[in-house]
Write a protein that binds this ligand. Structure first.
Ligand SMILES: C[S@@+](CC[C@H](N)C(=O)[O-])C[C@H]1O[C@@H](n2cnc3c(N)ncnc32)[C@H](O)[C@@H]1O
Length: 212
């Protein structure tokens, strides 16, 4: 095992193969970001820390082969990074749901060129449950507030296999949790972000809707 290319993965050790895939993805991302707005341009100079390391922590929280759904994947965070980690294991799969056609095209190229394990669904999240009927884990970053995320995920998360969800959230996450508990019951683990001191990753399991 070697350190990541720029030592920017906050102590996460990755194999040479994964490191090379991440580097390839970073180069593709920089190239495409010039013509498509994949992330806020002001964050491009900090791609490794702000986006790749931030995304890598999701797979570290729930490692191993799994069927993932990444909602609103945008430029691939965290879905493509999870799919790159899975490539080394040769098992597991990430379904990337992204309704913007240009971003979906980029995601396809990124999967093909890095050999990551996933597929792109250029559709609305609201339609994706019929396309991806079962999963073990769900991720989403910078997509919606927690109540709406739980609405998006409810069909998967109330299935018998009880998937878990992992959501990046900023410092105001508690207000979103308070709003969500009005409508849902769930188990919650707050993981402090390894990248942003005030941010967290919310891990949610055993979701059910409260009877109103
Ligand atoms: C703010 S971006 C975040 C992208 C990425 N997750 C990240 O953290 O960089 C939100 C993305 O979700 C997509 N999106 C928003 N609502 C959606 C929906 N209902 N169905 C599918 N994609 C959606 C947008 O096109 C956009 O690319």
């Amino acid at each position: 095992m070697i350190a990541s290319p720029s030592n920017a993965l906050n102590g996460v050790r990755v194999s040479r193969e994964t490191s090379e895939r991440l580097e390839l993805f970073a180069a593709l991302f920089q190239k495409w970001a010039k013509s498509i707005n994949l992330v806020a341009p002001s964050t491009l100079s900090d791609l490794w820390q702000r986006h790749i390391a931030d995304s890598a922590q999701i797979f570290q929280l729930f490692p191993g082969p799994k069927r993932w759904v990444d909602l609103g994947s945008g430029g691939g965070f965290p879905g493509i990074i999870t799919a790159i980690f899975l490539a080394e294991l040769g098992d597991g799969w990430v379904h990337l749901v992204e309704s913007n056609n240009k971003k979906a095209a980029f995601l396809r190229v990124a999967l093909n060129e890095t050999g990551a394990r996933g597929s792109v669904h250029p559709i609305r999240i609201e339609e994706s449950v019929t396309v991806v009927p079962e999963c073990d884990a769900i991720s989403a970053r910078a997509l919606a507030d927690l109540p709406l995320l739980l609405d998006y995920c409810a069909s998967w998360m109330t299935a018998a296999n009880k998937p878990r969800a992992f959501f990046h959230k900023g410092r105001d996450y508690q207000q979103e949790v308070d709003k969500a508990v009005g409508r849902f019951q769930f188990d919650l683990v707050k993981h402090r972000s390894v990248v942003e001191p005030d941010s967290v990753v919310l891990e949610i399991a055993n979701l059910s809707r409260k009877i109103q």
